[in-house]
Design a protein around this ligand. Sequence first.
Ligand SMILES: Nc1ncnc2c1ncn2[C@@H]1O[C@H](COP(=O)(O)OP(=O)(O)OP(=O)(O)O)[C@@H](O)[C@H]1O
Ligand SMILES: [Mg+2]
Length: 274
Amino acid sequence: MAVIKGRDISFSYGSGKKTLDHASIRAEAGELIALLGCNGCGKSTLVRHLNALLPLQKGELRVAGLDARAQANCWRLRRQCGMVFQNPDNQFVSSVVEEDIAFGLENYETPEEEIPTRVRAALAAVGMSGFEKRAPHLLSGGQKQRVALAGVLALNPDIIVFDEVTAMLDPQGRREVLGIIDRLRAGGKKTLVMITHYVEEAVMADRVYLMAGGNVTAQGSPRDILTDAALLAQNGLLAPLPVRMYEDLKAAGVPLERCPLTNEELVEELCRFA
Ligand SMILES: Nc1ncnc2c1ncn2[C@@H]1O[C@H](COP(=O)(O)OP(=O)(O)OP(=O)(O)O)[C@@H](O)[C@H]1O
Ligand SMILES: [Mg+2]
């Protein structure tokens, strides 16, 4: 069942220039969708429609069964679709972790007696139990991002959008956050949308969407999309390293049996060849 069903979405910030031009996106329940595209192609603009941060100007969009055109659905869309952004510092409203998470719950009128349990459960889900009394701004980048995600998880949305959440993190922080996204995906209960500039992160998705110039230009399995170096180049993107190595080796007269998508597959192919 499609949880996100967007068709021909066009949007302009007001200058007359179309930032989105008939973009279509769809996600089935429990899927992880990766959205790739170069700077300014409209990725954030598109996902900001999913929870009514931006109003639908043109096109059709249903999210978790709600019609995004109806102004009356705005609040419910916010609730059903949580968002985590690139800079965790911009997402905190309190100087105490547990209060920050509780704030969101209070905002959505969660019964008071449920709040402490939900705060604890959300922190446990991101591996941050014991950090309840800490100050968010004093945590590491990865820990901050996990607390921001706990704030979203506490609200139990059907959909979570990650807008370049690993962009400001070091490799350790990235691993931690990606590990949580992967666990959520394995749980199969949430529909997940991940925007990233790291093409290799998109390997973990069920489906990859490419965007360019305000439009969705291609979609398919990670293997189909990410091993197509020419398609990626047309969209201003560089293929993952194993794919580039495959292409380079082929050009040098060393054809591997199949194009590897991950480092592990690259090693396998090289060993097979040796
Ligand atoms: N609030 C805004 N007002 C006016 N123009 C905007 C606004 N936000 C974004 N834009 C413009 O819309 C276009 C698409 O921006 P958007 O942030 O959606 O791209 P993106 O694909 O998310 O890029 P990035 O990879 O850099 O995050 C850009 O040209 C940008 O300058
Ligand atoms: Mg963006």
